[in-house]
Design a protein around this ligand. Sequence first.
Ligand SMILES: Nc1ncnc2c1ncn2[C@@H]1O[C@H](COP(=O)(O)OP(=O)(O)OP(=O)(O)O)[C@@H](O)[C@H]1O
Ligand SMILES: [Mg+2]
Length: 290
Amino acid sequence: MASPAEPIVRLEGVRHVYGPHGGKGVEALRGVSLAFYAGEHVAIIGPNGSGKSTLAKHLNALLLPTEGDVWVKGWNTRDPRHWRDVRSTVGMVFQNPDAQLVATVVEEDVAFGPENLGVPRDELRARVDWALDVVDMQAYRFRPPHLLSGGQKQRVAIAGVIAMRPQVLVLDEATAMLDPLGRRDVLRTVEHLNREAGMTIVAITHFMEEAALADRVVVMHAGQVVLDGPPREVFRQRERLQAWGLDVPHVTELAARLHALDPAFPPDVLSIEELVETACQVWAGQEKAL
Ligand SMILES: Nc1ncnc2c1ncn2[C@@H]1O[C@H](COP(=O)(O)OP(=O)(O)OP(=O)(O)O)[C@@H](O)[C@H]1O
Ligand SMILES: [Mg+2]
């Protein structure tokens, strides 16, 4: 996707140290510089403790840098006068759906965020309608959230965030606690928001198949960005990723093994559809050559 010159979110030399000032704390980010552009779908991967959640919390001023700066649409997140602007520009969805639901009825839950932003009644109703449509939970609007499945709860949580009309949606392992069906539905919702509503997506995930769906993959290791590029380029570097304790998608692993058996088979395949198509092309070609 074409990137306009000005990023929506920009981090410059961000260092973050948890713990006592002056004392010896935990250095979770060690000089991170990154930019996120309008309409991008970015996946962030990295081993446990590499600083992914710490990075996510810097994107909407839940955490402030110990050193360096974060800019959201030109607002420095250090400036408390702009925290409201920053937080309505960058919405955040976390791992545990139960911890994010606040009301006893789905539609009230979705209305909670925009109501707090002071959105007037009529517009509030329109926003809740739109958000419930997007996450396909209109049929559940009068139900109590605690009776929903994990995937449904997570979609309600997403509705509550998008009802505030953020330009950027940050998901910190939002599918980690879901079963495969719940995960699929949440991923579809996120794809829809990116493609149809043009929302910028920053999704932290441990699932490499999810990362392969993004336009761009950022790899974190020990508080630094160690790789940043399109999924095909990132997942081509299988050995480096493995050295950091990361896998490639299963289908890419399979393609790499096929490549070892037959160098004509490309090692950087990202989806099952692509694997099948490539196999047909490569091996049908060879049959002809025989
Ligand atoms: N509130 C905190 N106080 C002190 N140290 C923290 C705190 N939160 C995180 N850390 C430490 O900061 C480092 C980065 O943690 P972070 O949660 O950002 O990593 P992560 O990549 O999100 O890991 P995971 O994959 O397990 O979610 C780790 O060493 C962690 O122990
Ligand atoms: Mg984390």
